[in-house]
Design a protein around this ligand. Structure first.
Ligand SMILES: C[S@@+](CC[C@H](N)C(=O)[O-])C[C@H]1O[C@@H](n2cnc3c(N)ncnc32)[C@H](O)[C@@H]1O
Length: 184
């Protein structure tokens, strides 16, 4: 098993299962865009709060993550809330997303630059993309955080310039994340 996935498994194994679903505020802020149906994928979804939130709205959700322990916590939340997402344990370094398939794609606190083209392709026309992850301001509190996992200013905007941007926060403030919301 890859060492980063191993480390995530250890982290998740030390967590108590909880039924509460706590989506990222970016999704709550853009609730109006999401509607109440469609197919979504939560990429590197971990314990699945974001994908499960879309399930609660009425989406069919696929939650993919490399950590089986994370997905077990996700399964617990899903069961406790009467939700039935598809949970997929997979290494995203060896993963192909199907083209023109998803009405919503969620990527939170995960960066894999090799997957960006595939993320663009897997959106349907009008499909929504929510991307939010760490920028270099994260280094202030976590100086050893690997640079490879941090977005540079403007990077998301550049990658998704062919999509319609609804809102972006490119980390010019002291926020530790950089976010992008838009549709194809
Ligand atoms: C910071 S967590 C974010 C989880 C979730 N998106 C959230 O915001 O709560 C990063 C996630 O990426 C997953 N991950 C890291 N490398 C991965 C890989 N190569 N394949 C699949 N998942 C991976 C980890 O298991 C972990 O759940």
């Amino acid at each position: 098993m890859r060492s980063d996935i191993y480390l995530w498994n250890v982290k998740y194994e030390n967590r108590e299962p909880t039924a509460s679903i706590d989506p990222d505020t970016l999704l709550l802020q853009h609730r109006g865009l999401l509607g109440s149906r469609g197919l979504c994928i939560d990429i590197a979804g971990g314990t699945g709060d974001n994908g499960l939130y879309l399930s609660q709205l009425g989406y069919r959700s696929i939650i993919v993550d490399g950590s089986e322990a994370g997905l077990r916590l996700c399964r617990y939340k899903a069961r406790e809330n009467g939700l039935t997402p598809l949970l997929l344990a997979a290494d995203l370094d060896r993963f192909m997303l199907p083209r023109s398939t998803f009405d919503a794609v969620l990527v939170f606190r995960y960066l894999n630059r090799a997957l960006i083209g595939n993320i663009y392709d897997c959106l349907k026309v009008n499909g929504l993309l929510f991307y939010k992850t760490f920028n270099d301001h994260h280094l202030v509190k976590h100086p050893h955080f690997p640079e490879n996992y941090m977005l540079r200013d403007g990077e998301l905007t550049e990658w998704f310039s062919d999509l319609h941007c609804v809102e972006t926060n490119d980390g010019a403030t002291d926020d530790v994340t950089y976010s992008w919301v838009g549709y194809k």
